[in-house]
Design a protein around this ligand. Sequence first.
Ligand code: SF4
Ligand code: FE
Length: 483
Amino acid sequence: MTLKTGDEFEGSLRELKLQVYMFGEKVDNVVDNPILRPSLNSMKATYELAQMPEHADLMTAVSPYTGQRVNRFTHVHQGAEDLVNKVRMQRLLGQWTASCFQRCVGLDAINAVFSTTWELDQAKGTSYHQNFLKYLTYIQENDLVVDGAMTDPKGDRGLPPSKQADPDLYLRVVERRPDGIVVRGAKAHQTGATNSHEMIVMPTINMTEADADWAVAFSIPMDAPGVYMIVGRQSCDTRKLEGSPMDTGNPVFGGMEALIVFDDVFVPNDRIFLNGEYEFAGMLVERFAGYHRQSYGGCKTGVADVLIGATALAADYNGVPRASHIKDKIIEMVHLNETLWACGLAASYEGQPTASGNYLVNLMLANVCKQNVTRFPYEIVRLASDIAGGLMVTAPSEKDFRDPKLGPIVDKYLKGVAAVSTENRLKIFRLIECMSLGTAAVGYQTESMHGAGSPQAQRIMIGRFANLEAKKALAKKIARIAD
Ligand code: SF4
Ligand code: FE
C-alpha cells in the first residue's frame, strides 16, 4: 500500500506499542485519548488530503526510488519545484488544520540525511547511504510517519556534549556491538511523537573529536524497546476533557510535543547513518535546520491565514469592519504573513542540487525566513488581540452559554451586530484565544520562536553567508578606493 487512507493510518497507529506517559500516568490508548486526539487528526489530514484529486499534485510525488506515487512527506526533493510544492503543501495544511500537522520534521530529516550520508560515504568509504536508501524505500512503500528527532536536552549550554556533568544530556552511543549500537539519552520537544511510526535521530550541534560518541544518527521504530515518551503540557489542554468543544477554540485539530527517552536502545547496523564521524554532524544539523526553516514559511503562513480570517470575522461581528484603523491593521497582518510566504518561496525557488542529487534550499534565505518567523507571528497575534477585544479572554464558558438560566443572559449581553448569533461571535473569540494563548499558541508562537532553532542560531548562519568581503569590494569600487 503506497498511499494509506486516513483510516488506514489511524489503524496502523493502533497497532503500535508506544510507551506514552502524560499527567503522571501511562496512556494505554493513545489514539482515542481526548488530549492527544486533535494532534492525530492533524497528522491524519496529511493522509486524507493526499487522497483528494484536487490536492494530489501538492500532496504526492513520484519517487525515483520506488517508481510509485508516494506521499510528499516521504519524498526526496528532485528539483526546486519539489521544494516549492513542499511549502505550498504546508500552507494548505496550515489552513486546513490551524495547527502543527507534525509530519514535516520527518520529511526534512529524510532530505538532510539523504545528502549527508552520500557525502560522508564519499569521504570515508562507509555505506550509510545504502542503509538510508533501504530505509527510505521501506518508509515510502508503507507510507509511514517519521519523527525527525534532533534537539537534545543540552544541559549546560556553555559546554559541549563531552564536557557535560551528565553525559546523557546529549544522546550518545554507550555500547558498540558487532550487530549494532546501544544508545542512551533523550530528545526534547518532539513534534508528533505519539502520531509517528518511526523516527530518524540526528545530532543537534557541530561536534569535535572529543564528542565522537555523541555524533550518531539512525532510525528506530517509535515502539522500539527502551523508547518511551512524556507528553508536554499545552496551555488550556484540559479544556479538551470538559465536553465543551466551543471552549477549545479548535475542536478538531491540534499539535503535540513530547520528551522522548532512549533508555539503552539497540540500533541494528543497517539503521545507522552516522556513527562517530563527528566532522559530518554539523552538515547534517545545518541541512535539517535549513529545510525546517524553509518549512516555517509554509506552515506558519497557512495557520496565520486562519488567524487573519478569524480576526476579520471578529471585526465584522463587532460591527467595525469599515473602521479605517481596523482595515489598516488587517492589511498589516496580511503584509507580515505574505512576507514570510515570500521568504519560504524564495528559499525554495533558489534551491540547488547537492552532490547526492537531491535539492537543498537556499540556506541564507531559509534562515532569513525563520528569523522573520521568530518575530512576525507575535505582531500578528498582537494585532489580532487588538482587533478582537477583551472578550477573547473574558467570555464565559460554553457550559454557561448552554445553561437554561445563564445562557439567555450571556446571549443577550455578549451579542455584537444584530445579524450574527452570540454563539458564532464566541466561537471566533475562542479560536483567536486558542491560537494566541491556548493549545495552538504552542505551534504558532513559541514554536515560531524556537522551533527549527532559536533566533540566534539563524543570525549565526546569516552572518556566515553574508559575504561581507564581497560587499566591501562593491563599496570600494563605487567609491573609487584602490588598496
Ligand atoms: Fe510542520 Fe510547521 Fe509543525 Fe514544523 S511546525 S512540523 S513545519 S507544521
Ligand atoms: Fe516545528
